[in-house]
Design a protein around this ligand. Structure first.
Ligand SMILES: Nc1ncnc2c1ncn2[C@@H]1O[C@H](COP(=O)(O)OP(=O)(O)OP(=O)(O)O)[C@@H](O)[C@H]1O
Ligand SMILES: [Mg+2]
Length: 626
């Protein structure tokens, strides 16, 4: 994790404290037309559910009115008789009327709850599926873009965009919008209905709860913004320290700094815990304040009703007030919480949306090649660079400058040169991991990326530090193959070629021994040799090695050189090496300095042409004679 990107992240988080409507719109744009239509159906269903809810509340109010008439043994007023008549309940006794009305109200409210639960379940599944497919799409786009795109952001940022960022888009933004819509509609329908039937209840509710909610929002808002950015800051700082501690354990162990790191992490985590606790309490503040408002409001409303109305009118209004407030107050609470969720969600969603946008603008080389309808014969393991220049996106000077190079099939070319001269960049250009700023690179006369997709396994690469995964030896050699597809004889053969047969024979589990998390059970030299075995496994036609023998002792290096010698003529080899024993065996040496080829030819020719290289050889020889 780069410290720079973390501070950028925190900065971003701080700036993104306002709800961004554009972000919300862009989240919905990610959905297909069919999915939008489905969401519209859900919205209509929410509307109908809110209407059902209102009907339930009215029925309860009506039962209240009827009950008061019943208790007073008075005949109901004209309106009540009219409604009873409408429902066909007029001829029944008062008890039966109440029982039937109660039953209808119960069924209506129960049906509403059940349908709501069904819709919620389907929406959750829908959002989870969307999250998975959006994640997949970004992974695909990111991996098939180019290394610069991947490296533009730290590993941490890419991981964040693919995990938390995607769930913020789906569950956080889309899901919360749907919930907000449902609650707004509920409040709106209740309010408009009440305004028509019981205006005093409608106005009292708006006045009491609307005002309380608005005041609460105003009071809490700033604190929420502050806590959200502080929370993110402490979390990232703590994680960064943890990452440093684990990543540079040996250095910190040797310099006695482990304790200091543990203390710093503990301070960060404690601060974060306090922020988290404060944030968790905020929704509860709203809940308690609204509960108090409800109790006080109910007392006030009841008092006023009895002062100004007769018992029937008062009870009817009070029942409707209680029933509708019982629906509206939780909806207000949900809206408040959703607003809080929204803030965090839009902020992290916008980061992922930005990555999606950047990746959408890319046009991968593979697609271009396919559309050209190239003919795919057997690979010719040649490499050609024509006038290639390359500048890193965040760099000013070109790292490779108008470089031309032709490597014949079966040739072994050693690339040498001082540190920082552009050797690794050259390899990345040959592999198509980087695209030239100018000029053309080709493998087998086609774009490298196209060559890799046409002839998978024909080009392999060994970095200085091979990534060892958390599996068995055979899984690491036959990287990416299903266990059932692994050719064990070939694995054994490759291990023997790089001198790792011992590793297998010493262990009781043989090829199936675990190599431990990230190869922690292997030495640096063993890891490098496993990397070479991995590159040999698919029987490549072009083998590219970047400092692949730097950690090896002379004997192990000899083994690798013998192995490369045995491939001579069959396999094209491009190797970067500081160790002269590897260079001296090659067919051609290319000396690179500041992105240009300074000399090319046999080992001795280059020695004569480049004094620096000659000096290096002499120093190295003197070293060996000691
Ligand atoms: N991602 C990057 N962004 C910007 N500049 C970079 C990047 N990677 C490398 N460079 C710069 O490009 C130049 C060449 O780097 P490169 O890794 O190709 O050198 P090298 O010859 O492989 O060196 P070494 O022998 O030390 O591995 C260096 O000056 C380096 O700072
Ligand atoms: Mg390098």
């Amino acid at each position: 994790m780069r410290t720079g990107s973390i501070s950028k992240f925190v900065e971003h988080y701080k700036l993104q404290v306002k709800i961004e409507w554009k972000t919300i719109r862009n989240c919905f744009i990610l959905l297909s037309r069919r999915e939008i239509v489905r969401l519209r159906y859900v919205a209509v269903a929410q509307l109908l559910l809110a209407a059902l809810d209102f009907l339930g509340v009215l029925l309860i109010g009506f039962i209240g009115t009827l009950s008061v008439y019943g208790i007073q043994s008075r005949p109901p007023n004209k309106q009540t008789i009219f409604i009873l008549d409408l429902l066909g309940l007029e001829p029944l006794s008062f008890q039966n009327q109440v029982a039937i009305l109660g039953l209808i109200a119960g069924v209506v409210l129960l049906a509403k709850t059940l349908v709501s639960a069904m819709i919620s379940r389907r929406t959750i599944f829908f959002l989870a599926n969307r999250a998975a497919s959006i994640s997949n799409r970004i992974i695909e786009k990111l991996i098939f873009s180019n290394m610069e795109q991947i490296k533009r952001r730290s590993r941490f940022e890419n991981m964040f965009a693919l995990t938390s960022g995607v769930s913020s888009i789906t569950v956080g933004v889309i899901g919360t919008t749907m919930n907000l819509f449902a609650d707004f509609i509920l409040i709106l329908i209740m309010f408009s209905g009440l305004l028509l039937i019981e205006p005093t209840v409608a106005i009292s509710i708006v006045f009491m709860f609307g005002l309380t909610a608005w005041l609460l929002y105003k009071l809490i808002n700033k604190r929420v913004i502050y806590l959200a950015s502080e929370g993110a800051r402490f979390e990232i700082l703590g994680d960064e320290l943890l990452y440093e501690l684990l990543g540079s354990y040996r250095e910190l162990f040797a310099s006695g700094l482990r304790n200091i790191y543990v203390q710093r992490i503990s301070v960060m985590k404690r601060k974060q815990a306090s922020v988290t606790a404060n944030s968790s309490f905020i929704p509860l503040i709203s809940k308690y304040v609204l509960e108090i408002a409800f109790v006080l409001g109910a007392i006030l409303f009841t008092g006023i009703q009895f002062i100004y109305k007769d018992a029937v009118g008062a009870i009817s209004s009070i029942t409707i007030f209680m029933a509708s407030a019982g629906r509206i107050v939780p909806a207000i609470l949900r809206i408040q919480n959703a607003a809080l969720t929204f803030r965090g969600a839009t902020s992290s969603a916008s980061r992922t949306l930005k990555i999606i946008e950047e990746l959408n603008n890319l046009d991968p080389a593979i697609d271009r090649g396919k559309s050209q309808g190239l003919n795919q014969g057997p690979i010719i393991a040649s490499v050609n660079l024509k006038n290639v220049s390359f500048t890193y996106a965040d760099g000013e000077d070109s790292v490779i400058k108008k470089l031309s190079l032709d490597i014949e099939p079966g040739e072994w070319v050693a690339v040498v040169g001082p540190s920082g001269s552009g050797k690794t960049t050259l390899i990345d250009l040959i592999l198509g991991i980087l695209k030239p700023t100018q000029g053309q690179v080709s493998i087998s006369n086609v774009d490298p990326e196209l060559a890799l997709s046409f002839w998978p396994g024909s080009v392999t690469y060994v970095p200085q530090d091979s990534f060892i995964n958390n599996g068995t030896i055979e899984q690491n050699v036959a990287l990416g193959k299903e266990i059932t597809d692994i050719d064990r004889d070939r694995v054994t053969e490759c291990l023997s070629l790089v001198g790792l047969s011992d590793l297998v024979s010493k262990s009781s589990k043989g090829l199936k021994s675990e190599v431990g998390e990230l190869g922690s059970k292997l030495s640096g030299g063993q890891r490098q040799r496993l990397g070479v075995a991995r590159a040999l496994y698919p029987k490549p036609k072009l083998l590219i090695l970047d400092e692949a023998t730097s950690s090896l002792d002379n004997l192990s290096e000899r083994l690798i050189i013998d192995c490369l010698n045995s491939l001579r003529g069959e396999v094209t080899v491009v190797s970067i090496a500081h160790r002269l024993s590897t260079v001296v065996n090659s067919d051609r040496v290319i000396y690179i300095e500041q992105g240009r080829i300074l000399a090319s030819g046999s080992f001795n020719e280059v020695r004569h042409k480049v004094p620096n290289f000659d000096l290096q050889v002499k120093l190295s020889n003197a070293e060996e004679k000691k």
